[in-house]
Ligand binder design. Structure first.
Ligand SMILES: [Cu+2]
Length: 392
């Protein structure tokens, strides 16, 4: 009974505020919360985010140095990173979720240097149990996309996915937002979206595009949600008992499935007409066009080129770790230098299956710059390696 009441009131409240999203208002200063982001209701805050699907040219390995070896890319790494007559290289057109300051979608919300490591991920959407996440979505891309969340509550209008469920398409406007179109997703956050009895004070979830799920996510559209236990969120939604949070998505992007494959061939291959899209070979060697397009990334970065993640010794660090994608995406996330607690059990390796998210805590006792990587050996070779730093 309590839950039904909660959901009814929250959805009604969120719908009331959808109307305000369509009105006009002056631009808020960049990086400053709009009033809606701080809006309180008896059920909790309505947390509004302005998110667009944007097409960008994404660099999987910024710079010219393999961060793992400290030398130019060579050997297997060169097959995945260097462009050539029949190689796209390390820059691909992709679609990404990006946060804007307001519903005019004129100004990107600046990403702090602390968050630079998020890379290809969309903004981290935050809530406390009892809140409602409201996403004003704009599709700036050239094909239909959506936002489908895991964990939180949604009705059919806000599920962000279309299938044969007997509900008229007109009642599922969030299922496929056309190019240039928009949608407001309303996601109440009931108890079952928050931490369970064995979880820490917050849990992570994924969100991603689900029009053609496989190709949409290989094209780049994904991000994280974090939900704290009731009473455990700071005003900005971060958990009160945590000093630093890190989100990491282990994902071997199959660029052969990207919506932008033809663009990428024509733009980045020296001899586009000579490309053989079908010839395969050993995956981890990247010796054919096809295998060279499996980009084994963490937050979209290969070979330790991710901006450094830094946290402090002796403080609580929370890691949200996930993967997505196909059968190639079974990953074992491994920390050098420190260990984590997973639901009360100690480990330094997490086993991840597609679309699974794990939330673990670290209290680092070991300062330095440490490797954080997939321990599936082929994936390490393919570049699924980054660094994190513990400051003394
Ligand atoms: Cu892996």
């Amino acid at each position: 009974m309590h839950r039904r009441k909660f959901i009814g009131i929250s959805v009604a409240g969120a719908f009331a505020s959808i109307a305000s999203a369509t009105g006009t208002r002056p631009d808020p200063p960049q990086g400053v919360s709009t009033p809606e982001e701080q809006q309180d209701s008896p059920q909790g805050k309505i947390r509004t985010y302005y998110v667009a699907a944007d097409e960008v040219e994404w660099d999987y390995a910024p710079g010219s140095i393999n961060g793992f070896t400290g030398k130019p890319f060579e050997g297997v790494a060169a097959n995945f990173v260097n462009s050539g007559p029949h190689r796209i290289g390390k820059v691909y057109r992709k679609a990404v979720y990006r946060e804007y300051t307001d519903d005019t979608f004129r100004h990107l919300k600046p990403r702090s240097s602390e968050d630079a490591y998020l890379g290809i991920l969309g903004p981290s959407l935050r809530a406390e149990v009892g809140d409602t996440i409201r996403v004003v979505f704009k599709n700036n891309a050239s094909r239909p996309y959506s936002m489908h969340p895991h964990g939180v509550f949604y009705d059919k209008a806000s599920e962000g996915a279309l299938y044969h469920d007997g509900v008229p398409m007109a009642k599922k406007p969030g299922g496929a937002v056309p190019p240039g179109g928009g949608n407001v997703y309303t996601w109440p956050v009931p108890e079952r979206a928050g931490p369970g009895p064995n979880d820490p004070s917050s849990v992570g979830w994924l969100y991603h595009s689900h029009v053609e799920e496989m190709r949409d996510t290989d094209s780049g559209l994904a991000g994280f949600i974090s939900v704290t236990r009731r009473g455990m969120a700071r005003p900005d939604g971060t958990p009160k008992d945590v000093d630093r949070e890190f989100f990491s998505l282990y994902l071997m992007y199959n660029e052969n499935q990207s919506w932008y494959l033809e663009h990428n061939i024509n733009t980045y291959c020296g001899d586009p007409k000579g490309v053989n899209k079908l010839k395969s070979g050993p995956l981890i060697e990247g010796t054919t066009f096809k295998t060279s397009n499996f980009m084994c990334a963490i937050n979209g970065y290969l070979y330790c080129t991710m901006p450094l993640m830094a946290a402090r010794q002796g403080k609580r660090v929370r890691w949200y770790v996930a993967t997505m994608g196909d059968f190639n995406n079974y990953h074992t996330a491994h920390w050098h230098g420190n260990t984590v607690l997973l639901n009360g059990s100690r480990t330094d390796v997490l086993s991840l299956a597609p679309a699974q998210t794990l939330t673990v805590d670290m209290v680092p006792d070991n300062p330095g710059i440490w490797l954080y990587h997939c321990h599936v050996s082929g994936h390490m070779e393919m570049g699924m390696d980054v660094y994190y730093q513990i400051l003394a």
